[in-house]
Design a protein around this ligand. Sequence first.
Ligand code: FER
Length: 302
Amino acid sequence: MKTLILLLILTWAWPAVAQNSNAPSERGAGRRGEPRRFGGPIELKEDDKPAFPVPPAGWDVRREGIPHGKLEMIEYNSKTVGTKRKMQVYTPPGYTKETKYPVLYLLHGIGGDETEWQRLATPNVLLDNLMADGKAVPMIIVMPNGRAQKNDRAEGDIFASAHAFATFERDLLDDVIPVIESSYSTRTNRQDRALAGLSMGGGQSLNFGLAHLGTFGWVGGFSSAPNTKPPTELLPKPEAAKQLKLLWLSCGNQDGLIPISQGVHAYLKEHDVPHVWHVASHGHDAAEWKQALYYFVQKLFK
Ligand code: FER
């Protein structure tokens, strides 16, 4: 049965795979923001509805006259990969060593890298605005590169590097988090670390977050991709997830990958695991991820 489902997903995804590997203009950075056509037929269920409204006017516009956070690109030595790797770090307005901050680790998709979230969704603008309005608590956001291999650029056949997104589990736990916690002024309990991502990054967040409940207190999968483990593997003991402060699943209602999120949602519901299920009117696209991030961060660390 599992093999059949996997075969079906691969068959549906194949046109997108072929397109990506054959057309240079479709490769790598820069083609994000376009609607994507992954996956198969979409069958919406009764509760596949938005949990949040369309964001209010001005939500994603940089405002003058409010304090702004800072973005920096840093390098770290990855023992896991054996190279120097990059990650983008947002520190909130007024960041000071006198305070310890919680941290959100935010993971990109199959065609992205450490710059993708910033290009697609300007998390710094969303967070600056939300903090100015008292709707989000000050936090650090880390945007690492989830393709844990020596050449971690999104080039060539991006699907051929899908396995490197699994290797990233060790890079995140053994390299990224220790580097962040020794370089920035952070709080370091499970309730002070959140893990979320889009598509491949959504699958990574569910796979790693639910396997390391002692490390992460807040886990979010946005439009999670076929790298997401089947629900019984993700959470063999569903009651264990009840220790999470937040478990979040969201997906656009025009995204052919929605069966993956629907499957996880159905399993959580069956086992009474509290979670957010947010299905807004989008495809597999930047508009979906941006509003998911906007609402996800408002729930964090409270
Ligand atoms: C697939 C379809 C889509 C797949 C991954 C994706 C690993 C990822 C899409 C994205 O990150 O946007 O079959 O297999």
